[in-house]
Design a protein around this ligand. Structure first.
Ligand SMILES: [Fe+2]
Ligand SMILES: [Fe+2]
Length: 255
């Protein structure tokens, strides 16, 4: 059995710091073979920069996934030339970077893909077709998916669509952890959303008063980063590297 840690959207400098303080210990305690972190909101002011990515890597991530904020920082697109970061695969051809990667683990290999939902999000290519297109290119049975999407309905559908074809489907983007972690009938570990890593008393990582003003008054708002005590949300998965089936998924919330 092999072990994977997946950590949900790390938000801002506070989230990066909390990750640096806690991830090394978590990796040791869980004996993680692979650690993957969603970093789409890790930069100060949102998006991801080389500096915030390096903070996530120094905390112990082997791979960083992203989402709809992947390309928010136009001066940081060069990071997508690196092997340790992927962006949603269903962006149009010509967008920087790659939508999946295959990690060589010595005696086995693990593929990880990043796909974005299209319900209440940008009208990218069909996410189910995008997943199929990547699956056709892979030869390893160990395949994980970060499905970065808004609608629980679209995420559940993706989970069941990929059940038996991949090792795990982890939802990201809503920043709110769901309590539906399960092993689907075909052996795929699934959770609708892994949650976020950053200040707990916040609106998805945003400072509360600026978020309330935006929702209440519908005026353009400059979001401030929240402060205060952080939490870390994610999942721990155990899988058989020969069959690519999962036998355990646990939710993590570290305060
Ligand atoms: Fe996010
Ligand atoms: Fe997002």
């Amino acid at each position: 059995m092999k072990k994977l840690l997946f950590i949900g959207d790390v938000v801002g400098r506070a989230g990066c710091t909390f990750l640096e303080e806690n991830l090394p210990r978590l990796r040791r305690e869980y004996g993680a073979d692979i650690t993957v972190v969603n970093g789409e909101n890790s930069a100060q002011g949102n998006g991801i920069t080389r500096q915030s990515a390096e903070s996530i890597l120094s905390a112990g991530a082997d791979l960083i996934t992203t989402g709809n904020h992947a390309f928010r920082r136009w001066d940081s697109y060069d990071i997508y030339e690196e092997r340790w970061i992927i962006r949603p695969a269903n962006y149009p051809g010509g967008a920087p970077g790659h939508g999946y990667t295959v990690m060589d683990m010595g005696t086995y290999s693990v593929a990880f893909m990043n796909i974005m939902g299209t319900a209440f999000m940008e009208p990218l290519d069909n996410p189910f077709t995008a997943a199929d297109n990547i699956l056709r290119k892979l030869s390893t049975p160990c395949i994980f998916v970060d499905f970065h999407a808004e609608a629980t309905s679209e995420k559940k559908a993706m989970g069941f669509y990929l059940d038996g074809k991949v090792t795990g489907v982890f939802g990201t983007h809503t920043h709110v952890q769901t309590a539906d972690e399960t092993i689907l009938p075909g052996g795929t570990a699934y959770i609708t959303d892994t949650g976020m890593t950053g200040p707990e008393y916040s609106c998805l990582g945003v400072e509360i008063q600026s978020a309330v003003n935006k929702q209440r008054l519908h005026l353009p708002a400059r979001f401030k980063e929240a402060e205060g005590k952080c939490f870390l949300c994610g999942v721990f998965v155990e899988f058989d590297e020969k069959t690519g089936k999962s036998n355990k998924i646990d939710r993590l919330i570290i305060r």
